[in-house]
Design a protein around this ligand. Structure first.
Ligand SMILES: *Cc1c(COP(=O)(O)O)cnc(C)c1O
Length: 459
């Protein structure tokens, strides 16, 4: 029997891209501005200065096409980058599909996900600006782990508010954060005004990312030596993640392939944007024409069932107003296992691309996702994090469609993390204890309308 064609497509360290790509430069139409909730005017750099260092604020609003990655960041990236691209021969065979499936694997990082790609530069620019401590929120703990690792590289303290449900269910990531030198508080906590307000009303609150963001922002806003770091959603975060797509472009070219379909999961949109933006640039330049598909959980369907409107990024209403697909800033999703996909909003850039039909979106129920994750583990040998099983479910769906039609599509999916610390979720699935949640359109729209009716009036 002839050996299978190449399975692992590697880049040398010397081939690692040295610039991030800024999609704002090439968008066919510009996205709506971020607004100050008090004035209704676009926010300026000074409004953001209490929370972020100026280098990151300038990256947030920059329209330069590329930003050079600092040497101090490249040095840390080299601990795990370039990350591998794999051809999923064994998954293809199990599905009997003529499609050729590739996955870009970010589980090789110190946190086991794509998150360090932005945690490292965020910690670097804060340290460069003389900041001593970073605060942040975390859901399943991926982002807190990544930021704690990054802070350790540049001598910063790291304080993390972790959504209560995950704090109780997933102790290992908390221990990992602490091992990297960080401190973890369950959220809502008694340490902040925002946390105390929630606890007074709901003493048993299991928390949400929106609440945890309010707590971390509150602490950073009150201390001039402390800044806040966000793991997704914002423009500069998605830009830092484009190292994924830039590498994948080089790797697919090495394999002699051009993608027909790109699939990624979306929580706040950062691993998705990171893989897709460089490919969208190539598409807009006429060099390829892939379909780009976002996959979200049916239990937290911000793109497919949310409203495109200005809303807060957090629950207490401390952030600027962003125009995005939202389920309402006080939305608390059912406790599904993909903790990273439980955010009420969506990156304004991804929301804008969806509104302008540059990308499409589907929602998947979690049992279908775990089934794809288990099939992937048994064929490719990697237990995926629950989040990218959403992308895998959509990949399997498309590969089976190709089996029907005989199309030899080239599919690239973002395998943005491993699930080694999410085995309790697999245990629940294998025991038949995972249930699906879906929303009636009218229920979700009534809830969103209610949340949005409590926003400050915009001019
Ligand atoms: C955080 C996380 C996500 C969701 O965040 P995005 O910004 O949408 O990428 C998805 N997958 C993994 C493994 C994560 O850690």
């Amino acid at each position: 029997m002839a050996p299978l064609p190449q399975h692992k497509i590697q880049l040398d360290e010397s081939e690692m891209p040295t610039r991030w790509y800024n999609v704002l430069h090439d968008l066919p139409t510009p996205p709506p501005p971020v607004l100050h909730p008090g004035t209704g005017e676009p926010v300026g750099p000074d409004d953001l200065a209490p929370l972020f260092p100026m280098d990151l604020i300038l990256q947030e609003v920059s329209t330069d096409q590329y930003v050079d990655i600092p040497d101090e960041v490249l040095d840390v990236y080299r601990l795990w980058r370039p990350s591998p691209l794999f051809r999923a021969h064994r998954l293809e065979k199990a599905l009997g599909t003529p499609a050729r499936i590739y996955y870009k694997y970010e589980g090789v990082s110190p946190a086991g996900s794509h998150k360090p790609n932005t945690a490292v530069p965020q910690a670097f620019y804060n340290a460069k600006a003389g900041v001593k401590r970073l605060t942040t929120e975390t859901g399943a703990g991926q982002w807190g782990t990544a930021l704690a690792f990054a802070c350790a590289q540049y001598g910063l303290a790291c304080e993390v508010w972790q959504v209560r449900a995950s704090y109780d269910q997933k102790p290992y990531r908390r221990v990992m954060i602490e091992t990297f030198g960080g401190t973890v508080h369950p959220s809502p906590s008694e340490l902040t005004e925002a946390g105390r307000r929630i606890l007074a009303e709901h003493p048993d609150s299991t928390g949400s990312l929106g609440i945890a963001i309010s707590e971390a922002v509150e602490v950073a806003a009150q201390d001039p030596t402390t800044n806040y770091a966000l793991g997704s959603v914002l423009n500069h975060v998605l830009m830092h993640q484009t190292i994924i797509g830039e590498e994948a472009l080089l790797q697919l070219a090495k394999a002699g392939e051009t993608p027909d379909l790109l699939v990624g999961c979306t929580g706040g949109g950062s691993n998705f944007g990171g893989l897709m933006f460089p490919f969208l640039r190539e598409k807009w330049a006429g060099r390829m024409s892939p379909t780009v598909r976002a996959v979200e959980p049916a239990a937290c369907p911000s793109l497919t069932q949310g409203t495109y409107a200005y809303d807060f990024g957090d629950t207490a209403g401390m952030t600027p107003l962003m125009k995005m697909h939202t389920l309402g800033h006080d939305f608390v999703p059912d406790p599904i296992h993909a903790g990273g996909l439980r955010y009420h909003g969506m990156s304004p850039l991804i929301s804008h691309l969806y509104e302008t039909d540059e990308i499409e979106a589907v929602a998947k129920a979690q049992t279908e996702c775990f089934a794809a994750g288990v099939l992937f583990a048994r064929t490719e040998g990697i237990v995926p994090a629950p989040e990218p099983t959403h992308a895998l479910a959509a990949t399997v769906e498309e590969a089976l469609r190709c089996k029907e039609t005989g199309e030899e599509k080239v599919i690239l999916t973002a395998l943005c993390g491993h699930g080694h610390l999410d085995l309790a979720a697999y245990e629940a699935y294998l025991a038949g204890n995972v249930v699906d949640h879906a929303w009636e359109d009218e229920d979700i729209q009534a809830a969103v309308a209610d949340a949005l009716s409590r926003l400050p009036a915009l001019a």
